[in-house]
Design a protein around this ligand. Sequence first.
Ligand code: GAL
Length: 375
Amino acid sequence: MIINKPPMGWNSWNTFGWEINDQVIRDTADIMVSSGLKDAGYEYVVIDDCYALRDRDADGKIVPDPDKFPYGMKALSDYVHSKGLKFGMYSCAGVMTCAWYPSSYDKEFIDAQTFADWGVDYLKYDFCNFPKSADPVMAYARMSMALKATGRDIVFSACNWGDCEVEKWIRSTGAHLYRSTGDIGERFSAILNNCRSQDEKIRYSAPGCFNDMDMLVVGMDGIGNVGHPGLCGDTEYKTHFALWCLNSQPLMMGSDLRKLRPEILELLTNKDLLRIDQDEECRPPMYSSIKGDNRPTFFKHLSNRQFALGFFNLDDTPGSADFRPWDIGFPTTSGIGMMLRDVFTGEVIGPVNDYMTMYLEPHDCRVYLGEWVTM
Ligand code: GAL
């Protein structure tokens, strides 16, 4: 199975943590269809940690908690599939999950079969409580192999938080994406930390196996497991989403979709940003490093001779981000220019072939989808 675009969907962890249940998942699936999120490309509905009983059954199988999931996982996955969506679940390479539920260390083959029997299409695979003496490469390779051996197409989403130089070996294990950062929280600093940590690593992300800067906190509005009231508003959500799209990241929504505001729905379904994220070439952006730069500018080559140009102000004070065409190898005397469409307002400018400077409010950004034209 080839996963040649960064997966899009929803995951329960950011908002619901351990307070997940059958109804939340069904409601989420319903809203993904009725709101247009599914049509925009969001397809996986993923249950994270905390869905199981603390103990396995007599046959050594993981048992869904009957209080949270009274109809079992197969019935729930049937429901999700009936909506035209795909069903995802979670386990862990360690001896227990992060929240201390049964985990798949040395149980890879039995658990992979259980997930396949439940109709799982996507498995997030965490790294808590992993024995120090054991080999992480082998642990991820075993689960990947176990999933393939079921005969069911299951996206393997590794999650070892970027540890153990994972970018150097994870592709060889068969994983389709891998968390290359620590956990996100609904704080602008956490969003930036995750993005900044990929400055040198984003080049490893490519069709077949993608870096994963973690699930979105867009629209959480301070509610839930990793929510922080008052720390992010619509400007921070906009910049967070734009940074993820310019880096061709997996887009796993993390908010309570039942409370989705129209502004947030509009952002999450922005056609131009999704086109940038899902570009088949999945190239890392060039030009400005995000590491030490509080006002970076990204240039990203896209397929069909298009490109994206993003100006960011990550600072707490207003200021300008600059684009110097010669820094990306674009000579001002070449006779070509850029036609640019603002992905948020639709405003078109151009042709431009010279220095640009964008004044931006704190934490704000401006992103253009561009095409080359003859001047
Ligand atoms: C963390 C992981 C989170 C979430 C949590 C569940 O290790 O990074 O995304 O899955 O475990 O306990």
